[in-house]
Design a protein around this ligand. Sequence first.
Ligand code: SF4
Length: 328
Amino acid sequence: MNKKGRVFSGIRPTGRAHLGNFLGAFKNYITLQDEYECIYCIVDLHALTTIEDTVNLKQNTNDLALDLLAVGIRPEETILFIQSHVPQVTELHTILSMVTPLGKLTDLPTFKEKVRQNPNNINYGLVGYPVLMTADIALYKSDLVPVGIDQAPHIEFARETVRSFNYRYNTNVLIEPQMKSADIPKVLGIDGKEKMGKSLNNHIELAATPEETRQRVMQMVTDPQRIKRTDRGNPDICNVFTMHKVFTPKEDVEMINVECRRAGIGCVDCKKRFAENLNKALEPFRTKRAEIAAQPDLVPAVLEESAKRARNIAEKTMQEVREAIQLP
Ligand code: SF4
């Protein structure tokens, strides 16, 4: 089947994936494979901008790749590789940094946010992060980048940077990527306040056991106004209900929607149902994950094979880039 274009997406090597990763990115990754040529990159170099202790980096990268394969990334067609295995990206990053005004980088809202989060580690790499991201996208001549609306300024930045490069060297070697807006839900953690994330320990790991999953679900914060079992609840502001909408059969979601509002169902029962449905939905993933994990050479082999394919594309682009610049 002829694919509609090339999609690129990078994901940080944060180790075993959680429900937030699945709903916010992986689900979309799987679907995109049907229509597009997909390149998914585990961005270990990007991770260095904020982590200093790299002792778990290899393991985290491997765990994430394992989870991606287990959820349904198909390496026979999709390229799934590690960013640093394609050194051409750092060359393009350097070249693109020469057409990037510094003020543009420090004006990006995400830079200001990073400074707030890492006040003691504002390094050069952190400022140049969007340039490296542009290099990732442009190196593979990607047409589309699936992102949520909060990432829109980065894609606009990438487009402008590519334009600046092409203009300066009077070429059209690099392609301006388009944003493929995805309806990416904001998945809250079990605390019901912040986005689900490992650093906040408010996550539910995809690879957790059914019992661990059940325990995490039972800790989930529900409608904060519903204190007693007899209080009426409001599913519209309940994180458990948001998740039910993804993992629970439609008729049951409707029943919960009605019964919660008239205190016909309690939060404990409601969460038990959710845990059950979530465990059922994750069963095929867990089986596949165990099968892949039982072959320890499989993940490194997939990553290496993919890196070879990525390097081929990357080197071809870099030859054109070097020629356009007339590097001696
Ligand atoms: S019954 Fe369910 S939907 Fe209603 S507040 Fe409790 S957990 Fe949320």
